[in-house]
Design a binder for this molecule. Structure first.
Ligand SMILES: Nc1nc2c(c(=O)[nH]1)N[C@H]1C(S)=C(S)[C@@H](COP(=O)(O)OP(=O)(O)OC[C@H]3O[C@@H](n4cnc5c(=O)[nH]c(N)nc54)[C@H](O)[C@@H]3O)O[C@H]1N2
Ligand SMILES: Nc1nc2c(c(=O)[nH]1)N[C@H]1C(S)=C(S)[C@@H](COP(=O)(O)OP(=O)(O)OC[C@H]3O[C@@H](n4cnc5c(=O)[nH]c(N)nc54)[C@H](O)[C@@H]3O)O[C@H]1N2
Ligand code: SF4
Ligand SMILES: [Mo]
Length: 734
């Protein structure tokens, strides 16, 4: 008798009759996998495959990239511009001409009546870099509002702020290859196997070739924690205390790299003074990690010839997000672990082009990591764009998380959302709903007409998606990679670049400021502006990027002209002593006093609410909710709850329960699992009117990023399971 796989039918790989393949870069997460999309003889996009020669993914894709080709014809796509006078009325289709003229008219009206900053723009990390650059030129050069930001405030703002405070500039200094050289890896609040599966695969391959300790700091037993040598289930929001305690041990036992500190940093004495307060025994009382473990991990880390820190949202999305990043930079600096193979402080970014927006969108400044606060930078960009530098504000305006309260107070009257869905993704959505209701004019520019924020739009602009367009993304390791157009925009949708350019023509009929009409032309401008900057990409162009399967910045025109191979490109930043970006060329060691300011469980709301992601879904599910092979794994909003806590509450596996916080309530299915401790529940944020009805989202003082991962809730059983099931289903718009 045959058992196991011998009894199964052999696997047949369906022949999709692909006649040609087009090169692209995956448009979901920031890993940056090179992907090819296959078309059949009738021109339908029918297949996706990983690109073998690409250094990032070496032929692999995760289950989001694998079904990438199903996006183009997925349900809910926007097909034509839509307009209405009042929210609640039905939308009416409009021509592009009418839609954009109306938009230009409303921007002018609002700015004339209430001032330039009364019209706000919130964008994303999911456009192509050339589109970000163009939106920045439009926003800063023509519209002139200073209330212009991106959803990166929900995502990478703390990493940006922490890098700037420590090193004088944004820019992750490491790369994936560092896994192959490191002797110790600390992963803070980052669940690679689910959120960056191909980065995880790179890590796993390195671990298999050459073992080194993998230490995971996460209050939840994530998939990465299950594979770790040591898991530190930290008390939510207290990473800074653990970092300070580790530094306390390192200094106490003289494990620091004094030569490196002396040559490259300032601020040692103040740092030592602060961390002296954090002996591991006292730190344990705050962060929940015992003294012996803190000492053990500190020694492992500091004694390793090369050691690295990686982190994602467990650090960034906290009231101490920016401090947590600085803390990791401090640890790296005092042990000499920056700019060397295997020694780095690497922020794992989020969206496919979270980096592109940081570099080029002008959200927080001006293109190429230039600053509004810097006279010379304003001059340079004003001259290049043919805009009076005095037209630029002299400091950054409101962040996304401050734009919404400014709508509440009536300071902002009009809002343009580009590729972001705050009605599902912002904390405290009952409040966001009321805020959106107050707007005189809301434009939603999105690939999907059924995304929830569109419920409050006066104007909807249907955008082409991903490989219906052409341009570049930058990934976590600063690798610029290209997306080629595989199929034309669906129905009457238009590329974001086209929409920005058309609006520019309406707002500037005399063409004082010029806007190239194709991505390669825009890239030319970026090349020129990048010359001599940290993110120099003057040696790149779209063709070279494709043939190299992605190039890391910096890659200069000089390198290209000298015949230097683009691969491996600029693997690491800060490799030469004293080349940091502060004016004295040194990195700053910054003391981090800890202030315990989170919402915490109490008698009324006794459980921590932790939130995050699942491998099969992406964010607010406008895309993965429509792809059968992604959606089938988690079609229903659910909550991880510890079996002991569930028993106490009389809740059984797969029962619907009500979860309540001070902001609102949500109905979710209970999933009993030891993955969360007894005093915590975890709810993925992919579902509409679900976990963000509960989150508080206190802001980090430096980055203005919300603490999505620390709120307090209580759970109530539901008698009538059938009606709860109906209620939960009714909320699922897709
Ligand atoms: N499949 C999939 N992949 C994605 C995305 C997606 O939606 N779906 N989104 C992309 C984007 S934009 C982003 S930003 C990344 C996010 O990637 P990750 O940050 O890896 O994902 P999250 O699940 O948000 O959070 C990671 C972990 O932070 C932990 N955490 C919570 N509180 C704390 C704390 O106080 N300290 C520490 N140390 N850890 C804590 C949580 O338990 C959780 O396991 O993923 C990207 N990749
Ligand atoms: N509770 C909780 N909330 C969170 C988080 C968390 O961990 N917990 N994480 C936060 C983080 S890190 C992030 S990044 C945010 C993400 O929050 P959002 O940005 O709101 O999430 P998305 O669903 O990615 O929204 C992107 C939108 O862009 C559209 N789109 C895709 N491609 C294109 C395109 O080419 N052009 C245009 N015009 N539109 C396009 C999609 O249809 C979608 O509506 O959520 C945040 N919210
Ligand atoms: S790991 Fe990220 S970039 Fe790679 S295929 Fe998956 S979603 Fe796409
Ligand atoms: Mo993100």
């Amino acid at each position: 008798m045959l058992f196991g796989r011998h009894r199964k039918n052999p696997v047949h790989i369906a022949d999709k009759q692909v006649t040609d393949w087009t090169y692209a870069t995956c448009g979901y997460c920031s890993t940056g996998c090179a992907i090819e999309l296959g078309k059949n003889a009738s021109g339908e996009v029918v297949a996706s495959r990983g690109v073998g020669g690409a250094d990032v993914n070496r032929g692999k894709l995760c289950l989001k990239g694998m079904y990438g080709h199903e996006l183009f014809n997925s349900p809910g796509r926007g097909e034509t511009p839509l307009m209405r006078q009042h929210i609640g009325q039905d939308f009416k289709p409009a021509s592009w001409n009418t839609a954009l003229n109306h938009m230009a008219g409303e921007i002018n009206r609002i700015q004339q009546d209430f001032g330039d900053d009364a019209f706000a723009i919130v964008s994303t990390g999911q456009l192509l870099t050339e589109e970000f650059y163009t939106l920045g030129k439009l926003a800063r050069g023509l519209i002139g509002t200073n209330n212009y930001d991106g959803n990166t405030t929900l995502c990478m703002a703390s990493a940006v702020s922490g890098y700037k405070r420590s090193f004088g500039s944004d820019g992750p200094p490491g790369c994936y290859e560092d896994f192959e050289h490191t002797d110790c890896l600390l992963a803070w609040g980052s669940n690679l196997p689910e959120q960056h599966p191909i980065i995880y695969w790179r890590l796993k391959e390195a671990l298999e070739k050459r073992g080194f300790p993998l230490i995971v700091i996460d209050p939840r037993v994530t998939m990465l924690a299950q594979f770790a040598d040591i898991h530190l289930p930290i008390r939510p929001g207290t990473d800074v205390v653990l970092q300070n305690a580790m530094m306390h041990v390192i200094f106490e036992e003289q494990l620091e790299d004094s030569d490196y500190i002396e040559a490259n940093t300032t601020g040692l004495e103040a740092l030592k003074e602060e961390v002296a307060n954090y002996d591991p025994a006292s730190a344990y009382k705050i962060c929940g990690i015992d003294e012996d473990t803190i000492r053990h991990v500190a020694r492992l880390y500091a004694n390793a010839p090369a050691a690295m820190n990686i982190w994602t949202m467990g650090i960034n999305q906290s009231t101490h997000g920016s401090d947590g990043v600085v803390g990791l930079n401090n640890l790296s600096l005092i042990t000499g672990n920056i700019g060397k193979p295997g020694g780095t402080s690497l922020s794992i970014t989020g969206q496919c082009n979270a980096m592109g927006t940081r570099e080029w969108s002008s959200c927080s400044g001006l293109p190429g990591y230039r600053q509004l606060e810097n006279d010379q930078h304003r001059e340079e960009i004003g001259k290049f764009w043919n805009v009076d530098p005095e037209f630029f504000p002299k400091k950054r305006g409101l962040c996304q998380t401050d734009i919404f309260p400014a709508i509440e107070t009536g300071q902002i009257k009009g809002l343009w959302l580009v590729a972001t869905n705050p009605l599902t993704s912002m904390p405290n959505t009952p409040r966001i709903r009321k805020t959106l209701e107050k707007l005189e004019f809301l434009v939603v520019q999105d690939a999907y007409a059924d995304m929830e924020s569109n419920q409050y739009a006066h104007l909807f602009l249907p955008a082409a998606i991903w490989a219906e367009k052409e341009g570049t993304f930058t990934n976590t390791e600063r690798r610029v990679n290209v997306v080629r157009q595989v199929t034309p925009p669906k129905a009457k949708s238009k590329s974001d670049l086209h929409i920005f350019n058309e609006l520019a023509t309406l707002l500037d009929p005399n063409k004082q400021v010029t806007f190239p009409d194709n991505a390669a032309g825009v890239f030319e401008e970026m090349r020129t502006l990048s010359e001599g900057r940290l993110m120099d990409l003057s040696g790149m162009d779209h063709d070279l990027i494709e043939s190299s399967r992605g190039i890391q910045w910096p890659y200069t025109a000089r390198q290209r002209d000298a015949g230097e191979m683009p691969l491996p490109g600029g693997k690491r930043l800060y490799t030469v002593a004293t080349n940091f970006c502060h004016s004295d060329k040194r990195a700053k060691l910054i003391p981090l006093p800890f202030i315990d300011n989170n919402e915490k469980p109490d008698a009324q709301f006794p459980l921590w609410l932790n939130t995050g992601r699942l491998v099969e879904h992406f964010h607010t599910r406008t895309r993965t909710g429509k792809v059968g092979n992604n959606n089938k794994f988690s079609p229903i909003p659910f909550m991880e709850i510890n079996p002991d806590a569930a028993a106490e509450l009389g809740i059984r596996h797969q029962e619907y329960v009500r979860c309540l916080s001070r902001r609102g309530d949500a109905v979710v299915m209970a999933m009993l699992t030891q993955r969360v401790p007894r005093n915590m529940v975890f709810i993925p944020f992919h579902y509409f009117d679900c976990v963000n009805r509960l989150t508080l989202g206190l802001l980090d003082p430096h980055s203005r990023q919300p603490a999505f991962k620390q709120s307090a809730v209580r759970i109530e059983p539901i008698e009538d399971q059938a009606s709860a099931a109906r209620q939960s289903k009714a909320l699922r718009t897709y």
